[in-house]
Design a protein around this ligand. Structure first.
Ligand code: LRH
Ligand code: MN
Ligand code: MN
Length: 389
């Protein structure tokens, strides 16, 4: 076994788990076109089966996030048993207040109490689902805001948001959590009610300990120093989860680590620094859609990218870095970072995987498995599980 990855690093990597989103397996696209793909799951049971395949080949993805109502089934205990039979668990439950005419001008922030009631009730229903699935986290992303200055009372909307969240928070059991996701724009373009980590932090901090911030890597303006935000939220004990993906322009939902592997490395360096790795308080999730590439291989690639960049972050010589930082050795400190980033850990990880009974190359193993040919033949008329971004 290569000595590059020490036994300590390997035992840390062995504990890593990344939750995959059910919607990554469904057809998705842009607002221009949703392309159908052979073998697309027709129901949540088939999405779970595909997710289990990712876990079987990588050992990295033991939980699947659900989205309500896309993954609504008559009996969640059956879905749970199905997942457990396949070696995975049902994970975070995502609410949806962005596909209903009533929510045109807001949901949890709406001026009309009846519409707020409906949106709150939807979240209470999501918690009912969590009780059945055994899920810990309710993830809330809100498509709320306004397009024109003067259109909305931004202050009043923050107050109503807090009130609505309080009611949802009160419904959680002791071992459940609420994570509030921010996004800087879209679908609203002038103001968004939860646009940034500061707003999410302010909203969840006044709810209580079971409310945390969700950081979606694609939800920032270009040039934002995301690793700084990671550092700060970990420091404050409020980083509840990541939605990993990558972006070139907007909320692209592309494969994590594809657009900017160095950014993913820098984020993971701060995660390790802030004790957020393999920390049950900080869940690692993917929030991605595979519009033109194959979906299951797209997910396999994604979890491997996170694993590879985690390994590189663990290789960082922190003692040497600390010494360089303290002595004001600017270029020396930077070189230590870059040494870790540029280390190719792929051969060592392949060897290690094999030693644990996993395929050295999970992408090749999937291609050779015959799974895709089987689902292409078995499944006709796949479900659409998508949004524009
Ligand atoms: C919309 C979004 C968001 C959520 C998901 C459910 O931007 O992608 O990131 O996590 O929908
Ligand atoms: Mn997200
Ligand atoms: Mn998004």
């Amino acid at each position: 076994m290569s000595t590059q990855l020490t036994p300590e690093i390997l035992s840390t990597l062995e504990k890593q788990s990344i939750e995959v989103p059910s919607w990554a397996y469904g057809n998705s696209g842009t607002r221009f076109k949703v392309f159908g793909t052979p073998g697309t799951p027709r129901d949540p049971f088939e999405k779970i089966a595909d997710a289990a395949e990712v876990n079987r080949l990588t050992g990295l993805a033991p939980a699947v996030a659900l989205h309500i109502p896309w993954d609504l089934v008559d009996d969640f205990s059956k879905l749970r048993a199905h997942a457990e039979d396949l070696g995975v668990q049902l994970g975070t439950v995502n609410s949806n207040t962005f596909q209903d005419d009533d929510y045109k001008f807001g949901a949890l922030t709406h001026e009309d109490a009846a519409i707020r009631r409906k949106a709150i009730d939807h979240h209470l229903q999501c918690v009912d689902v969590m009780d059945e699935t055994g899920s810990r986290d309710l993830k809330i992303w809100l498509a709320e805001g306004s397009n024109y200055p003067g259109q909305a009372d931004m202050r009043g909307r923050q107050d109503r948001l807090q009130e609505s969240l309080q009611e949802i928070y009160a419904r959680l059991s002791d071992d459940q959590r609420l994570v509030l996701e921010y996004k800087f724009f879209e679908p609203a373009f002038y103001h968004t009610d939860v646009p940034d980590w500061g707003t999410s932090y302010a909203q969840v901090a006044s709810l209580g300990e079971k409310a945390m911030v969700c950081l979606d890597t694609g939800h920032h303006a270009p040039g934002t120093n995301i690793e700084f935000i990671v550092m700060q939220l970990l420091r404050l004990g409020k980083l509840g989860s990541f939605d990993f993906n990558s972006r070139f322009y907007a909320d692209d939902d592309l494969i994590v680590g594809a657009a900017d592997p160095f950014q993913l490395f820098r984020i993971l360096v701060e995660v390790v620094r802030g004790d957020g790795l393999n920390n049950p308080d900080v869940s690692f999730m993917l929030d991605q859609c595979h519009n033109v590439e194959e979906k299951i291989p797209g997910q396999i690639r994604s979890v491997l990218n996170v694993q590879e960049m985690t390994a590189r972050a663990l290789l960082l010589d922190r003692d040497a870095l600390g010494a360089a930082q303290r002595s004001g050795d600017v270029l020396g400190a930077n070189a230590i970072m870059m040494d870790a980033f540029y280390t190719d850990v792929r051969p060592a990880l392949a060897e290690w995987r094999e030693s644990r009974g996993l395929p050295a190359d999970p992408m090749a193993a999937y291609a050779a498995s015959g799974y895709q040919a089987k689902i292409n033949a078995d499944r006709v008329g796949g479900a659409q599980a998508s949004w524009g971004a």
